[in-house]
Unconditional design. Structure first.
Length: 326
């Protein structure tokens, strides 16, 4: 029991230090800040959600005592809560059938078949947490759309003037564009970092032998069917005005990023027959990272697979024909 509590406290302390490192202003602190949930996720997947909850509570209380209540709330919402819940979902499973007894009734029964929580639904929860943390961060700037956009604009203008005191009117128009895309961009970054942290924590626990579920087939990840309906609703509300439009744009960005990740899964499936598969996949990832705009094609591929089922058709075509019946 003491070892369990010690692991929880160590994980919480590591997450808190990484989260608070952003105060230093160093460039490396930005990387540590985005990886702050990693130690708690490792604790949650390797030692159970209770371990992550104990470490998260201790870390939030410590940050609140040192830096004030806003840091405590921010850490709890953006780091501790996602780490605890996503780790819980990774370990969530159910037995889908009874033990299969042997025909002789003397041999030991077979292993139970466990259905683990689907990767696609975990991805949907990640999108929800990314949208929640982005909306919570924007609400610290104001409670209405005008105040939020004004605060973002003033902050970006101060940043531009600090780098170039002779800021022109064209720079002001550029800032207006940045203000419009800032919520969606922050959502994409939050979702990418949460996904990366969960993948890294699962890899760490799998390497150490503490991962209690088999490694899932990432290529088969797909979002629930109703996600497409939710995306259409979010896109429709994005064309309204006020705080509702900002929240809808954030939700739409998170869901579209989810479809981008399933689009990559589709790409990995459709290239199974290529001889130089690693080269082509690596080249495409480099193009996406360098230019960015090819990500739109990946989103479209994920959406098309959700509608037309490209992966299912491709895998069905690769199956060997049935044996002839006598």
């Amino acid at each position: 029991m003491m070892a369990f509590v010690l692991i929880a406290l160590i994980a919480g302390a590591a997450s808190a230090l990484m989260f608070a490192s952003i105060i230093s202003g160093a460039l490396i602190s930005l990387v540590l800040f985005y990886l702050a949930s990693l130690p708690l996720m490792v604790a949650s997947i390797g030692w159970g959600p209770l371990c992550a909850s104990l470490g998260g509570i201790a870390a939030a209380i410590g940050l609140g005592a040192l830096f004030g209540l806003p840091y405590c709330i921010a850490f709890a919402v953006t780091v501790a809560l996602p780490a605890w819940w996503l780790g819980h979902l990774v370990l969530l499973g159910r037995q889908v059938g009874p033990l299969a007894p042997d025909a002789t009734a003397t041999a030991p029964s077979a292993e139970p078949v466990i259905e683990w929580y689907p990767v696609g639904r975990i991805l949907l929860w990640i999108a929800g947490f990314a949208a929640l943390t982005t909306i919570a961060a924007l609400l610290t700037l104001g409670t209405d759309a005008e105040t939020i956009t004004g605060s973002l604009r003033r902050g970006l203008m101060r940043l531009l003037r600090a780098t170039d005191p002779q800021t022109s009117s064209e720079a002001g128009r550029f800032v207006d564009v940045l203000v419009r895309i800032a919520p969606a961009t922050a959502t994409l970054i939050a979702m990418l970092t949460l996904t990366l942290n969960l993948w890294l924590s699962a890899k760490v626990t799998a390497t150490s032998g503490r991962l209690r579920r088999p490694w899932p087939d990432i290529k088969s990840a797909e979002l629930p069917p109703m996600t497409l309906v939710a995306l259409c609703i979010a896109l429709a509300f994005s064309f309204t005005s006020g705080l509702l439009a900002i929240a809808a744009q954030i939700a739409a960005a998170a869901l579209m990023m989810g479809y981008a990740m399933t689009g990559f899964a589709v790409l990995h499936t459709l290239t199974l027959a290529l001889k130089s598969r690693t080269f082509w996949l690596g080249s495409f990832y480099v193009v996406v990272v360098v230019f960015g705009w090819p990500l739109i094609a990946v989103v479209i591929l994920g959406l098309a697979d959700a509608v037309f089922g490209f992966r299912e058709r491709f895998l069905r075509s690769r199956q060997p024909p049935p044996l002839p019946t006598p």
